[in-house]
Design a protein around this ligand. Structure first.
Ligand SMILES: Nc1ncnc2c1ncn2[C@@H]1O[C@H](COP(=O)(O)OP(=O)(O)O)[C@@H](O)[C@H]1O
Ligand SMILES: [Mg+2]
Length: 251
């Protein structure tokens, strides 16, 4: 029987994590007392208002920023990151962008082509590998970016509002794709969003971040039953109310 996420080993552990930009004597912390344990294979959605510190938290986990206080454990191999903008190299094809990530990871040349084809297939782009980014739709570009972040072959994948710029139908499709890929690859995913429906749709656990300072103030565990439309709508309303209350503290 598969282990429940809360009984699985924690792969990301944050304790009393804090971050202040600039002089801590004069500037308010962006994040304070962030305590978080994320289990192997878990899909966690981090939900919070714009500017509350979601990207800062992901950047700390990714090692792109240094914490001001607290401690952090992440896998020794590091983590993979997918941003909101695909930032693909425009002069490379979809396959070329993925092969570059494989090259940077040290995969030898003869294996790269086959591995890139497998990844293109995984994101349903097997027939578009030779297209360059400007020939692809926004949704297709994000699929390439997803394949490229999977090419890094790290167990933990951080995603910072990767579908925020897409239209609703494309986003729904990508939610299905991402869920399938998560199940297929067994990755641990930390997915940042300000979209309540997206958080309920994807997360096994949704964490609500407060603003100024950002810390985890609420948590919902969501099982398959609660993802059914009626229950999901109730949960989404509850989260929206909590998010609104949090935003209204600051206006
Ligand atoms: N490099 C930085 N230097 C100074 N302030 C920053 C920096 N990065 C983020 N901030 C500030 O930290 C706060 C949180 O930003 P961010 O983490 O981007 O929020 P979110 O991703 O939730 O929208 C904002 O007030 C932002 O202006
Ligand atoms: Mg952000």
């Amino acid at each position: 029987m598969p282990k429940k996420p809360n009984s699985a080993r924690a792969v990301v552990i944050l304790e009393n994590l804090a971050k202040t930009f600039g002089d801590p004597g004069t500037n308010k912390p962006v994040l304070e007392d962030v305590d978080l344990k994320i289990a192997q294979g878990e899909f966690v959605a981090l939900l919070g208002a714009s500017g509350c510190g979601k990207s800062t938290l992901l950047n700390l986990i990714a090692g792109l920023e240094e914490p001001t206080a607290g401690s952090m454990e992440i896998p020794a191999e590091g983590v993979a990151f997918m941003f909101q903008d695909a930032t693909l190299f425009p002069w490379l094809t979809a396959r070329g962008n993925i092969e570059l990530a494989l090259k940077l990871r040290g995969v030898p040349q003869p294996e790269r082509g086959q591995r890139a084809d497998e990844l293109l297939k995984l994101v349903h782009l097997q027939s578009s590998g030779d297209k360059r980014p400007h020939e692809l739709s926004g949704g297709m570009r994000q699929r390439v970016a997803l394949a490229r972040s999977l090419a890094q072959d790290k167990h933990v994948l951080l995603m910072d509002e990767p579908f925020a710029a897409l239209d609703a139908i494309t986003r729904d499709l990508l939610h299905e794709e991402l869920e399938r890929i998560w199940r297929h690859t067994g990755r641990t995913i930390i997915f940042v969003t300000h979209n309540v429906r997206e958080a309920v749709r994807l997360g096994q656990r949704v964490l609500l971040l407060s603003s100024r300072p950002g810390k985890v103030i609420r948590e919902w565990r969501i099982d398959a039953e609660q993802k059914k439309p009626e229950q999901a709508a109730v949960l989404a309303n509850e989260m929206t109310a909590a998010l609104r209350q949090e935003i209204s503290r600051h206006v």
